[in-house]
Design a protein around this ligand. Structure first.
Ligand code: SF4
Length: 359
């Protein structure tokens, strides 16, 4: 009888969520609101994932402050008595099966084992490391920066208090070039897939720069503009027409530095001609890649990844939030590149799926 009661308790009441980014936060809150006891495990000592790590400032297409979205999502978790947050913690081992998974959770104080009815993996993504693309000069030339670093620079609570200062001399750049598709749609680096968000983030950042510094010229070098999301195409039109951002179809080929002057070479694909262009700052739109946390979680939990390292759903169309193992669910950017808005949608969707499976 005791066995049956405890079995039912675990089945109905306890869920482990791995990852405290927006997807994991949303999933935890939704599950807690439905009466489940949630343990949220996050390896960092803060919540919010990449959005918090890089101090993302504004969201496309509405230019809404990130804090207006992220702060309530975090608060919903931290103030909910059904959610136990384990920061600076990782999972180290799994045994058992659904609906009685035994998971070891480790932090600086040691290791403990807890039992869960279901597990949600929401380990998110990491930005592609642009040092792999040596020809773009990242880490060799100070004024070649990533889109994530620009988020931090444009944020009033960032290191430059919201000013886009060149790392080399602290001056505001007069000419900025943005290179799209860095580490995405690139078979050479093993990432042939599209990052889905680079185009809209570059367009958003180009507008933010022009709003703040109208005299600064902003050039975007793109392969294609993939503006499929809500309001994204309109934002693209606005960038060209209202802000005079110059979009050039052509992939950046190389960045050089001569006499303290950055110069880029690109292939302009409409006119089929090479371009050489001197600029003051280059922003690399570094795509998304599966993070170490995703790869580690897949290994410990024994769930399948696809050929690029992302978590593989049981069925892409019919069971997008179920992993290859019963009782373990997957959501968000650990399945493939995703924007913040859809990470939140995924968090809510996976919570509903977990709840229905534990009924
Ligand atoms: S979203 Fe845009 S920047 Fe990102 S890979 Fe696709 S086309 Fe390139």
């Amino acid at each position: 009888m005791y066995y049956l009661l405890t079995r039912r308790y675990f089945k109905v009441k306890t869920v482990l969520v791995i990852g405290g980014g927006v997807t994991g936060l949303k999933a935890s809150h939704e599950l807690a609101e439905m009466g489940y006891n949630v343990s949220l495990v996050e390896k960092q000592d803060y919540l919010g994932g990449q959005v918090a790590k890089h101090k993302y400032y504004k969201l496309a297409p509405d230019m809404r402050l990130v804090s207006e979205v992220l702060d309530p999502v975090i608060k919903n978790v931290e103030s909910n008595s059904n959610i136990k947050v384990h920061k600076h913690s990782t999972i180290t081992a799994l045994s058992g099966n659904a609906p009685e998974f035994k998971v070891k959770i480790k932090n600086s104080k040691g290791e403990s084992e807890e039992t869960f009815g279901a597990i949600v993996v929401a380990t998110g993504f990491e930005h592609f490391d642009p040092t792999v693309k040596q020809e773009y000069g990242y880490s060799r030339f100070k004024d070649v920066v990533t889109n994530a670093e620009v988020e931090e620079l444009l944020n009033p609570s960032g290191p430059t208090k919201g000013e886009l200062k060149r790392p080399s001399d602290g001056k505001i750049p007069k000419k900025v070039a943005i290179f799209q598709c860095v580490g995405s749609r690139d078979k050479q680096v093993g990432n042939p897939y599209c990052c889905r968000v680079g185009c809209v983030v570059s367009t958003k950042q180009a507008i933010e720069i022009k709003e703040k510094y109208p005299d600064t010229e902003v050039y975007v070098y793109y392969m294609d503009m993939r503006m499929f999301g809500r309001g994204w195409e309109e934002l693209y039109g606005k960038a060209m027409e209202e802000y005079e951002v110059i979009f050039t179809r052509g992939r950046g080929a190389e960045v050089t530095l001569k006499n303290q002057q950055l110069s880029l070479r690109a292939e302009e694909t409409i006119m089929d001609r090479p371009i050489q262009h001197s600029v003051d700052m280059i922003i690399l739109a570094a795509g998304q890649a599966p993070g170490d946390g995703t790869i580690e979680a897949a290994k410990i939990l024994g769930i399948k990844q696809n050929e690029y390292g992302y978590l593989a759903p049981k069925d892409d169309f019919l069971s997008p939030n179920e992993s290859s193992k019963a009782g373990i669910f997957i959501a968000g950017a650990d399945k493939g590149p995703l924007d913040v808005e859809n990470c939140i949608v995924e968090g809510a969707a996976v919570a509903a799926k977990v709840a229905s499976s534990l009924k």
